[in-house]
Ligand binder design. Structure first.
Ligand SMILES: C[S@@+](CC[C@H](N)C(=O)[O-])C[C@H]1O[C@@H](n2cnc3c(N)ncnc32)[C@H](O)[C@@H]1O
Length: 296
């Protein structure tokens, strides 16, 4: 990182969203276990994933340090913007499918990211205004934007939980205040298990979450890969650069590892593919795998 960037006085270009009087901003939660850097504070001296992802998506909720790292990753991996857009488009198609065609009315979206176009509750409640959505993230800047995420339709509900994905017990306890965990839930883990470096730990998170929801629930997953058939073969240097300059550290996974997260679930067609191509076969692949599985 250049000294120029480090010395910049980083200010988000986007003002903090106005308080929605019906959904006051959640306070910093003293129970929270982790933030990307373990401090629970907004760090402006280090690039954070939620903000860089926002930058790649063309958003303004990021700091100069995020833009600097984001641009360097673009130089090493020019397709990263396309990955982010394909991931969001996959989110839209998967949520629309589950709510519109499979009757899902409850969604638990872990690793929410900063609000952007067509957030989960917007896609779901456009189809079913009574849909209930619980968002979870551990980034303090996502927390400051939570009120913008809590703009539910009057018939439905949205809630935000400030928690680390590893703290599944806390996530499930908090989610149960909004969702009926005796009824099917779509558990969404989009672009987040890649920030859990130990594959066994990541698998344990998935298993605990899916064990807590009934038959007829779904797992919606995306994950970056270094697999060559979807264009990931040359991306290790960009990931190494990320890990040296940003937080949290990222890891790519193979299709076989991705499939292991889906163990015990029935994969919806077309199975595991580049998320760009999931139910959109004419798209160019991006090195981000995507799939939806149903709990039998
Ligand atoms: C790549 S973004 C994906 C955002 C959104 N799911 C999407 O697909 O557009 C990953 C998000 O996961 C969050 N995240 C990363 N590690 C996390 C963890 N251990 N617990 C909770 N959230 C985490 C980041 O803060 C970020 O908002």
């Amino acid at each position: 990182m250049s000294a120029e960037h480090a010395a910049d006085l980083p200010k988000p270009e986007h003002p903090r969203p106005a308080q929605n009087p019906e959904h006051p901003r959640p306070a910093q939660d003293p129970e929270r276990t982790e933030s990307p850097d373990g401090t629970g504070r907004i760090r402006t001296d280090m690039a954070h994933n939620a903000r860089v992802w926002n930058y790649w998506l063309g958003g303004k909720d990021n700091y100069s340090v995020d833009r600097a790292v984001g641009e360097q990753v673009v130089e090493m991996f020019p397709g990263i913007g396309e990955v982010a857009r394909a991931d969001r488009a996959f989110l839209g198609r998967a949520v629309a499918h589950l709510v519109g065609e499979r009757g899902i009315r409850q969604l638990l979206d872990i690793g929410t990211g900063l609000p952007t176009g067509d957030n989960t509750h917007e896609v779901a409640q456009r189809i079913a205004p009574d849909a209930r959505i619980v968002y979870v993230d551990n980034d303090p800047i996502v927390l400051t934007h939570a009120s913008a995420l809590l703009t539910s339709s009057p018939e439905g509900t949205t809630a935000y939980v400030d928690a680390d994905a590893r703290d599944t017990e806390r996530i499930l306890r908090a989610a149960a205040e909004t969702l009926d965990l005796g009824q099917p839930v779509a558990v969404m883990l989009l672009g987040i298990l890649n920030f859990i470096p130990d594959t066994d730990v990541a698998r344990g998170i998935v298993r605990t979450l899916m064990d807590a929801v009934p038959s007829g629930s779904y797992l919606v997953l995306t994950h970056p890969t270094l697999d060559a058939d979807v264009g990931g073969a040359d991306n290790q240097p960009a990931m190494d650069f990320w890990n040296a300059n940003a937080t949290p550290p990222i890891t790519g996974r193979t299709r076989a590892e991705f499939l292991s997260f889906m163990e015990g679930l029935d994969l919806l067609e077309p199975g595991v593919d580049s998320c760009a191509r999931w139910r959109f076969p004419e798209a160019e692949p991006v090195p981000q795998l995507g799939a939806v599985g149903r709990k039998p």
